[in-house]
Design a protein around this ligand. Structure first.
Ligand SMILES: O=C(O)c1cccc(C(=O)CC[C@H]2O[C@@H](n3cnc4c(=O)[nH]cnc43)[C@H](O)[C@@H]2O)c1
Length: 269
């Protein structure tokens, strides 16, 4: 994340969660005031008293709801002349043990749409191999490193799925297709697509509530994961302020490496 172009003001950060419990866990790290209501009825919790001005939105479960909510908040901010400097997809997620055990915090090096494509007799084909769309966003590595170091988090690929993995076979298949995958959730890619459309940098921060694999809801440790999420967001402002550099020229909208570029390398360490 570069320094805001109107120097002197705190960076504006939008955190997007799926559900209210995740939003409240993020807000617990800051001092959120009364929510603002955006077009569409989205409620935006605001904490603008610290070194970072943090807005938090619970946009709903899944990549489509996440993209719709994120795009609404980004558009409203731009129209108000107060654009965001960073968007963070935040929440709980499934983790691949042993690298991402219960309670661990994961910061995404790669945000990958793992089930956006076509099933063929030869297996799954990503939508980019069909000649359109995007399946990968890579957050700024320096920012990932700084935020992860501050939070005591591990870094690696986080996949976005529309169907929660519920079997060992599916978990193994995703790990085969995405070497180095650490976590699975349902919103990161939708948030990243909206952020990219607005030319705003993106991060994904997940606290592990359950192991990816055979469905066992009783084994989910949601409370511990939400506490870990709060802890990660307590350290976020310091990491962001330390990494903010001079504002670059705004990127042209059409130069995203991700959009339909067949030469985008596979994600992975
Ligand atoms: O029941 C509750 O109290 C509760 C509190 C906070 C969050 C939840 C959710 O169910 C959040 C759903 C959200 O979590 C992500 N998630 C978590 N584990 C996985 C997974 O193994 N695979 C995919 N997604 C996962 C996901 O992003 C959902 O939107 C409940």
């Amino acid at each position: 994340m570069s320094a805001p172009s109107d120097a002197g003001r705190p960076p504006r950060v939008l955190a997007v969660t799926a559900v209210a419990a995740e939003r409240d866990a993020v807000c617990a790290a800051a001092e959120c005031g009364a929510p603002a209501v955006l077009p569409g009825g989205y409620e935006l919790c605001r904490a603008d008293g610290g070194p970072v001005a943090l807005d938090v939105l619970a946009a709903g479960v899944g990549p489509a709801a996440a993209a719709a909510g994120t795009a609404t908040a980004l558009t409203a901010a731009a129209l108000a002349g107060q654009p965001y400097d960073l968007v963070v997809s935040a929440g709980i997620g499934g983790g691949w043990a042993p690298r991402a055990p219960l309670g661990a915090v994961v910061v995404a090096e790669a945000i990958v749409a793992a089930d956006l494509g076509a099933e063929t007799p030869d297996g799954f084909v990503p939508v980019t191999d069909l000649g359109f769309g995007a399946v990968l966003h890579r957050p700024d590595p320096a920012l990932v490193k700084a935020v992860a170091a501050a939070a005591g988090a591990v870094t690696g690929t986080v996949v976005t799925v529309s169907t929660v993995t519920g079997s060992a076979a599916r978990a193994a298949e995703l790990a085969r297709r995405h070497p180095g995958v650490l976590a699975e959730a349902m919103e990161g890619f939708g948030v990243a697509e909206a952020a990219a459309a607005h030319g705003v940098p993106v991060l994904e921060v997940r606290a592990v509530s359950n192991a990816v694999g055979p469905r066992d809801r009783a084994a989910w440790r949601i409370g511990a994961a939400l506490t870990a999420l709060t802890g990660a967001f307590r350290t976020l402002p310091g990491a962001l302020v330390a990494t903010a550099g001079p504002a670059p020229d705004p990127p042209p909208r059409s130069t995203s490496l991700m959009r339909g570029d067949p030469h985008v390398p596979e994600e992975g360490p």
